[in-house]
Every structure is written in C-alpha cells, then in structure tokens.
Design a protein. Structure first.
Length: 389
C-alpha cells in the first residue's frame, strides 16, 4: 500500500467507504463485511469513511476497528440523518457529533465532513460549530462534500477545510474538474468516491442490466439511457487496457483516479474480502503516460456523443407522455440531474422541484401519483429551457 501526505496525515491511497451498509445496493453479509474491514487493516488501509446517514454503519464500523482505532483514520459526515432536508445548525452539529462519537466508540473523529448543503443555516454558523469541535478535541479536521460550487468556495474562504469529497471516476469527471481550481487555491485534499462508477467500470454489467427498486442504481442517472451505454464503452476500454498490463478493469479504474492531481485517497466500497483485495492491488501501479493521453482523446469523443444524446433525452422526457409511475419517476430524476450536469440550469433553481419529486418515491403505487408526476413534468418544462437543448 502506498500513502499520500496531506496537512499532517499520512493516508492510504485506497480508502474504504461504508455506504453499502445503508442498504443502498441491497442487503450485505455483515460477517463478511467484518472480515473485509479486518483484512483491509492487515493490507495497510488506514482510512475508513462513513456517515450518520448510512443507517447503522457508524456503529458497525466502530465495533470492528476498536482493536486498532489508534492506527487508522475515521471520517464521518454530518447534516443528514433522516429524510432529505439537511440540518447544519450549530445545535444540530454539536448533538450529532456526540452521537457519532458514541456509535464509533471513540473520543475523537479524524475527519468530520459536511454532507450536504443546508440553505437555511448561515455557513458562518456551521464553521463556528466545526471550529469549536476542533478546539474541544472532538474532531481533528473538517471537510466538505456534495455542495454547490459557490457554497464550497464560501466554506474555503471563511473556514479551513482539510478536504473535499468529489465523485470521481472515468464515467463521472465533472465534479473533479469543477473543484480542481479550489484545490489549487486553498490546498484542499481531494477524497474521490464512487471511483469505479458504482460498479459500472467493473465490466460486469450488460446493456440490458436490470436493478431492483431497492438498489439505488435503479434510479441512478449513471445507469440510465445513454449514460449507461457511455459507461459500458468506457468499461470496455478499461478492460482492454487491463489485459495489456495484467490488471483488472477495476484496478485500471482506480489507478486512473489516483493518477490525478490533488487526489489523496480513492474511496472504494467493497463488501467482500475478494473485492477488497482486488481494489488494494490498484495502489502502487501507475498507468503509463501514453495510455493516459490516449484515454483523454477517447473521452473527448465519447463526451461529445453523450452530450448530444442527453439533450435529446431531456427533451423527450419533458415533452412526451410519461410512462408508468416507476419509469416516469426515474426519467424525471434523470432529466433534472442531467440538466444540472450540462449547465442548462443551476442546482439551486431546480432543487425545490427535485425535493417535491423525490418525496414521491414511496407513493409510486398510489392512484393519484401519475397526476403528481405530470405536474412535476410541467414544472420542469417551465424552468428547463427546451430551446437550449
């Protein structure tokens, strides 16, 4: 295992995320998960990431790493526990930190990360709470993640974040590209997550892949329409490169992330020892520069195709009759997230509609939900300018 230094911490290139324990990808074998965490420690992994929002993940992680707590770094997140509306008030943060400490069975957290933006709480108040926790010795550093770009910069200007979370893989490069100038200006460490595109870059998925409604990939835009086709083509390219060097597509995907400026850790989400050991082998191997250059040219061609197809999909979703509720819900989510990623609309302008739509996720079997979905489609038509597509 290789390590990267940032502001006094020596972090393993490969980190372990515990999002899978939230049930987002279906049920996991807890005993195997415990074996995996212990094996990760044996292999030199020293960075473990969790969140108060991941069900009982903090409690599970805290119990497993208790014997070697002083040898590793624990990162957790604050701001969202139940529902989807964040709370970053000083009162909430202080209370949430105490709960996380208790669940993690520790008296300090190495990295406490703002999970999502709370527009109702001044950023100054949130930073004040985090700074006080540092002074009290309850957290060592704090970081930010999942925030609009302007909000992220405000945290950097007003506070002293250690790091920033960025979704970063060969099939999701937008976040990293937007955050790179802030990394350079404020000396942030970039912690990359979803480094294999939530499994898309493993090469294990086929074009007609089906996901159960309980699996987050069922509605994840990355696994819909042309985004999925685009991802499969990149996965194929990584598989070809892996064959050339005796590496798996997963190892190529992670090594590609680690080849980028500012990345101090590539978070992976294995739930088995086998997958962990495969991930760890990505550390200590570098993709040759000529192959990195060739990949960039390949991405440029694929990106151009993707942008055109995405615009066509948004227009279709917003102008044609919606399908049955489950499909309509997934399509509308896709239209919103794609419009934001293409820069057609700003996230803060469309967030209220997103909240309204996401609030229907447990009502999709009710009789009146089709009318509610049609209403949301009409609202989106008004704010997403079809002429821009």
């Amino acid at each position: 295992m290789k390590y990267r230094k940032h502001k006094g911490l020596k972090i393993s290139e490969i980190g372990i995320g515990t999002y899978a324990l939230s049930g987002a990808y279906g049920r996991k074998d807890l005993e195997e998960f415990k074996r995996m965490i212990n094996r990760a420690y044996e292999l030199g992994v020293n960075f473990f990431d969790t969140a108060e929002a991941y069900g009982n993940a903090e409690q599970i992680l805290g119990e497993i790493i208790k014997p070697f707590r002083e040898d590793v770094y624990i990162a957790t997140k604050v701001g969202v526990k139940e529902g989807i509306k964040p709370n970053l008030s000083k009162e909430y943060i202080k209370k949430a930190c105490e709960e996380s400490l208790k669940k993690l069975q520790t008296d300090y957290i190495d990295l406490y990360q703002v999970h999502f933006h709370d527009p109702t709480t001044p950023i100054e108040e949130t930073i004040e709470a985090l700074d006080e926790l540092v002074e009290e010795g309850k957290i060592r550093y704090y970081g930010v993640g999942h925030l609009p770009l302007d909000v992220t910069e405000e945290y950097c200007r007003l506070g002293k974040p250690f790091s920033i979370l960025a979704e970063f893989s060969a099939v999701a490069r937008e976040s990293y590209e937007k955050l790179l100038p802030l990394y350079r200006k404020y000396n942030l460490g970039i912690i990359a997550f979803s480094t294999t595109g939530r499994g898309l870059l493993t090469g294990k998925f086929k074009e007609n892949q089906k996901f159960e409604p309980g699996d987050i990939r069922y509605l994840d835009p990355l696994f819909q329409r042309e985004r999925f086709q685009y991802g499969l083509r990149i996965a194929k390219k990584f598989a070809e490169l892996g064959e050339k060097y005796g590496k798996t597509p997963v190892q190529v995907a992670i090594a590609w992330v680690l080849a980028h400026e500012g990345v101090i850790c590539a978070l992976t989400g294995p739930s088995t020892v086998k997958h962990l050991e495969e991930n760890v082998e990505a550390s200590g191997w570098e993709i040759p520069r000529e192959d990195l250059r060739e990949l960039e040219e390949f991405f440029k061609r694929e990106d151009e195709w993707l942008r055109q197809k995405q615009k066509e999909s948004i227009k279709q979703i917003l102008t044609e009759p919606l399908q049955e509720p489950q499909r309509a819900f997934v399509d509308l989510i896709y239209a919103i997230e794609t419009a934001v990623s293409l820069g057609i609309i700003k996230e803060k302008e469309i967030l209220p509609i997103f909240y309204e739509l996401y609030g229907l996720r447990k009502e999709l079997d009710k009789e009146d939900v089709s009318e509610k979905l049609k209403d949301i489609q009409a609202q989106l038509k008004k704010v997403i300018l079809l002429d821009a597509l």
